[in-house]
Design a protein around this ligand. Structure first.
Ligand code: NI
Length: 177
């Protein structure tokens, strides 16, 4: 068990394009994913990408049970996704609030494709191929953006809907993210 520090916006590694994983089911990979899980759980995040703990590889994890931070969001099964490829299924985009453990204490309104297919593999090299919509689609796009060096503020269209969580959502529990 190792909770790693989450790098914050401004760190150069967060702006890099991450390298594909070439060897699966290795001790290093399992150890990386365990660290990511421990780190995400400790911060109650909905997802985490390897570059956020300083590892520039194409590894993301995400998963979400209903909770207070996103009361209207659907559950998303816990997923380990490597070398992802995303294909939007229509041009339709939806706006929704996002936060990021690398941009602590803030929220912004971000447009994302409403429906998409994502493909990749898990840590054993087993294929993943899903068609998703809603919050699941949003989380995947957010996490996979990290692998391209993109943080959600770069996607915001209307900066009047970007601010501090405790100001935007007064009375809600204040968390690190
Ligand atoms: Ni993030």
């Amino acid at each position: 068990m190792a909770i790693k520090p989450v790098l914050k916006m401004g760190e150069p590694v967060l702006l890099q394009v991450a390298k594909p994983v070439e060897r699966f089911d290795t001790l290093e990979l399992h150890s990386l994913i365990k660290d990511m899980q421990d780190t995400m759980a400790s911060l109650h995040g909905a997802g985490l990408a390897a570059p956020q703990i300083g590892v520039s590889m194409q590894v993301v994890i995400f998963g979400f049970e209903k909770n207070q931070r996103y009361p209207n969001a659907d559950e998303v099964p816990f997923t380990v996704l490597l070398n992802p490829r995303l294909t939007p299924l229509s041009e339709e985009q939806e706006e929704g609030w996002e936060g990021c453990l690398s941009v602590p204490g803030m929220r912004g309104m971000v447009p994302r494709y409403a429906q998409l297919r994502y493909q990749g593999v898990d840590q054993y090299g087993t294929a993943i191929d899903r068609t998703v919509s809603g919050f699941h689609a949003r989380v995947v796009q957010h996490e996979c953006d990290h692998l391209q060096g993109i943080l959600y503020p770069m996607r915001i269209k209307n900066f009047r809907q970007f601010g501090f969580t405790d100001v935007l959502f007064p009375g809600q529990p204040v968390t690190d993210d």
